[in-house]
Design a protein around this ligand. Structure first.
Ligand SMILES: Nc1ncnc2c1ncn2[C@@H]1O[C@H](COP(=O)(O)OP(=O)(O)OP(=O)(O)O)[C@@H](O)[C@H]1O
Length: 592
């Protein structure tokens, strides 16, 4: 309970003032309704016992009620019970509405945290976990913790009120019932709750592993199918699912058991109370005590079951809440940082993009991926980045795109630090990756990178023409509005790549960064695309990472990166002369 209270308090600053007010209103209102309920049940038990004994009804604090007035007592009891039920429905409706708003707000914040997080943070997170976190993570806080925990006071009030009623009506019965139910509750907690909490945690942990594994497997499905590794994949998934399904079954079983144990315990309670009160006061006393105990027991049992269920679930959910809160905190920081960045616009017509002594080390890496990189890139020029695998080319590209922040050195645009104009810079950079990520929408939507209707058709057409794709698109049913399937499955590899180039050109960028973008194209298409890219020279800056050296043959400058450093720079021929490895590659490509 202490942990639940600590987390409950920790969550308070994450609620708006209105939600906090509502929460306390809910706690007080549900507690009052529970007390009303117990008063009604108490009256009912007294009335029933009195009817059985054919005596006047003695109501503590009010006095004796005779024969005909019984009807009014029963009427009052009915009004109380029905009224309480109606008010409870209203209260639950209000609570779920309030917390749906909460879920929406923080679900958006969590997704925002992912979108606006620094790149280094994003690449260190698992995609399936992130999706789960933004989608269901927040509901763990509301429906998995806050909402149920908010009902604990009303359950306790029911408990206390029931005993208060019995103490007034039947002190001996109250004493026996208190000791008896306390013992049953303790046994339940020691034997069942702790095991159920552990099973709940295990289930969550392993279903998360399973989701992650399945996503990774689906991404590598082609290779998995070709190598006939389907059975092995299924085995891995099965092993993890076995743990989670076993834990789920255990948690379900342990959650269902208390009700039956308590049902049995109630009958045991009848016997104990009946025998004890018969010994003290004879048959009439035993009848009254058993009927009071029965009514109280039927009210207390669901309370104990609910209490136990809430405590078990809330405890099991606590482990998931901490990372969600961490992400909510991070989202605030990222959003604040993103807002700061957007203030300063880019210079009107920037002329020089310069890296000065830039170094970068990935978190946790022993060696820097980039060291002391200094290079001047005049806007409108072409720069090729070449070098062996693992040299640091993609890292350098991410630095140039403004996605990674250098660990050392600085990046300047016409003397202004890149960080001060970052959002302006990002909006003017087109990027074409080796594998273009396409989504299941129309060609135009993929190019405009929109999931809605915000498309400038003229620009889409121009971009398609420049990427040498317009003729093909024009012939398709629906033209630029034809849908291309999941990951662009209805297009060839080369067409997908050219669609990526068209996407980069759509924003009429200042700089186009191509990360081995033409490597999957056939020679003729590559020549066409390279020609269209070359046509951009002068109007836009081209920065290309290229294994296919023909792409950068006539670029203004090439940088040869090796082990995180620029070891040589100059024209293609100068690099051939300076770097034997490069000369060999050029010769193999028939370019030296
Ligand atoms: N997310 C990461 N975390 C830690 N280290 C990384 C990460 N990404 C890359 N590295 C390391 O940084 C170095 C440079 O990698 P990078 O991907 O920039 O090389 P590259 O020249 O683009 O290689 P390739 O031509 O094979 O794509 C490598 O040693 C790599 O292992």
């Amino acid at each position: 309970m202490k942990r639940i209270w600590r987390v409950f308090r920790r969550l308070q600053p994450y609620l708006s003032a209105e939600q906090r007010r509502f929460m306390w209103f809910f706690i007080v209102a549900s507690t009052v309704l529970s007390i009303l309920d117990v008063v009604a049940i108490g009256l009912l038990s007294l009335a029933l016992a009195t009817v059985v004994r054919n005596a006047p009804l003695h109501v503590p604090l009010i006095g004796d009620i005779q024969g005909d007035d019984f009807v009014w007592v029963f009427f009052l009891i009915c009004v109380l019970i029905i009224g309480k039920a109606i008010l409870n429905v209203g209260l639950q409706w209000l609570a779920t509405r309030q917390f749906a708003g909460y879920e929406l707000r923080y679900g958006d914040a969590l997704f925002d945290a992912y979108i606006k997080a620094p790149w280094i943070e994003r690449i260190s997170r698992n995609t399936s976990e992130l999706v789960r976190m933004a989608d269901v993570g927040i509901s763990v806080i509301t429906s998995g913790f806050l909402l149920p925990v908010m009902t604990i006071p009303s359950l306790l009030a029911t408990f206390v009120a029931v005993f208060a009623v019995i103490i007034v009506a039947q002190p001996v019965t109250a004493g026996i019932a208190l000791v008896y139910f306390a013992l049953v509750g303790l046994i339940l907690y020691r034997w069942i709750s702790s095991r159920a909490i552990a099973a709940g945690r295990r289930n969550r942990e392993y279903s998360q592993y399973t989701a992650r594994l399945m996503t990774e497997m689906v991404h590598a499905l082609k290779e998995v199918t070709l190598r006939n590794k389907g059975a092995e994949v299924a085995k891995q998934v099965h092993a993890r699912r076995m743990v989670s399904t076993d834990a789920r079954a255990r948690a379900y079983f342990l959650g269902a058991v208390p009700r039956f144990i308590l049902d049995g315990a109630l009958i045991g309670g009848f016997l104990i109370v009946g025998v004890a009160t018969f010994a003290i006061g004879g048959f009439p006393q035993a009848v009254t005590a058993v009927s009071v105990f029965a009514v109280a027991g039927f009210r207390i049992l669901p309370t104990i079951v609910s209490f136990q269920g809430i405590v078990t679930n809330a405890q099991a959910n606590i482990t998931q809440i901490t990372p969600v809160l961490h992400d909510i905190d991070a989202s605030r920081e990222y959003v604040a940082r993103a807002e700061q960045l957007s203030n300063t616009p880019l210079p009107e017509e920037p002329r020089l993009f310069a890296l000065e002594g830039v170094g970068f080390t990935y978190p946790g890496a022993k060696r820097p991926a980039l060291k002391d990189i200094s290079v001047d890139i005049p806007i409108g020029s072409t720069l090729g980045i070449v070098g062996p695998t693992g040299a640091g080319k993609s890292t350098l590209i991410d630095i140039l795109l403004g996605l990674l922040e250098p660990s050392e050195g600085r990046i300047l645009i016409d003397g202004r630090p890149l960080t001060s104009v970052l959002s302006g810079w990002r909006s003017r950079v087109g990027y074409v990756p080796q594998q273009v990520a396409l989504f299941n929408a129309s060609i135009a939507q993929n190019i405009a990178l929109t999931w809605g209707e915000d498309i400038d058709e003229d620009r889409v057409r121009r971009a398609l023409e420049r990427a040498h794709l317009w003729e093909i698109v024009e012939k398709r049913d629906g033209g630029m509005h034809s849908v291309i399937g999941e990951q662009g499955i209805m297009l060839s590899g080369g067409q997908r790549q050219r669609l990526g180039i068209a996407r980069a050109l759509y924003t009429e960028p200042l700089v186009v960064v191509l990360d081995e973008a033409t490597s999957s194209l056939d020679t003729k298409t590559e020549a066409d695309v390279s020609r269209s890219i070359r046509e951009l020279r002068g109007e836009t800056t081209l920065i290309s990472v290229a294994h296919r050296l023909s792409t950068v043959r006539d670029y203004d400058m090439l940088c040869y990166v090796h082990d995180g450093e620029i070891v040589a720079r100059g024209s293609f021929d100068e690099l051939v002369a300076a770097v034997p490895e490069f000369a060999m590659q050029a010769s193999l490509a028939g370019l030296a």
